[in-house]
Design a protein around this ligand. Sequence first.
Ligand SMILES: [Zn+2]
Length: 276
Amino acid sequence: MVERRLTGMIAAAVVLIVLFIVWDAFKPTPRRSAARDPDADAPLRIAEPPPAPPSPLPQPTPPTTTSQGTTVPAGPNGREPSYIELLARSETRRRIRSSGSSTYLGEMLETGGDSTLRRWENRTTAPIHVWFAPTHAANFQPAFIEAIKRAFGLWTNAGVPVRFDFEGDSTNAEVTVKWRIQFEIERTGQTDVTWDENGHIQGATITLATFDPKGRPMDSDDIRIVATHEVGHLLGLDHSKDSTDIMFPTAKVRDLSDRDVRTVMLLYQLTPGNLR
Ligand SMILES: [Zn+2]
C-alpha cells in the first residue's frame, strides 16, 4: 500500500518535472515579447512633450521637397520657396541687373550681405504715422521739425508710393524721430528699421544729432540734408558708392539725384524679400 502510494507520488513528480521542462523549453510567452517590442508604447512616447528625454527609437527623416543643398534659403515661415517664388525672385534679379548703373540696387545686393529687398507696402491711401519725440537736447530748434518734414517731402514728391502723416502721437507711431546731442562715432544721423519675413518694413526710428561729431552745432539746413539721407534708409535704401547721390555714406549733396529717384522708384516696383 505504501509502495504503491510512493510509486504514485514518484510518477506524479516525474510528470511535474517533465511538464516543467516542456514549459521551460516552449515558453515564448507574451511577457517576453512585450518587453522586447519597441513599438508597444510608441504612440505614447511620440505624444510626450518636447522636454522629455530623446526617444531611443530611430526618428523618421523629415520629408524634403528640394535638393539638400544649402543654397536655397527658406522662404517665409521657414518653409522652402516654391518654384513660382524662385521664378519671381529670378525675374526681380533680372530687373535689377538690367537697371545697370542707372540705380544702385545692384550695389545694395552685392554689399548688403543678406540679399533681401526691404520696403514699405504701398501706403498712398493709409499714410505712415511719424511721431517727433519731445526733446530737451541742447541746440534743438523747432525749425528742425520743419526741415525734417521737407526731407520727407522730397521723397514723396519724387513719386514714392507712400505718404507720411505727422499729426499722430506716440501710440500709433510707425516712425519715431528722436534726438541726441552727439554720436560717439563719426555720424550725425542713424536709422533703425524693422521688417517682416516678406521684406515689408514695419517701423523705423530715426535718430538725429544736434551737434556734429566735431562739436559744431547743426543748423536746420544741415538737419534737412541729414534727414533726407536718413529717410532714404527709412524707405529701404542702402548706401550708394557715388558721392553725387544723397545716399552716399557721408552725404555730399543737398538734394536727391536722378539716380536716387530711379533707385527708390525701382525698389517700389519690385516684390520685396529674399532674392536668392
Ligand atoms: Zn546712411
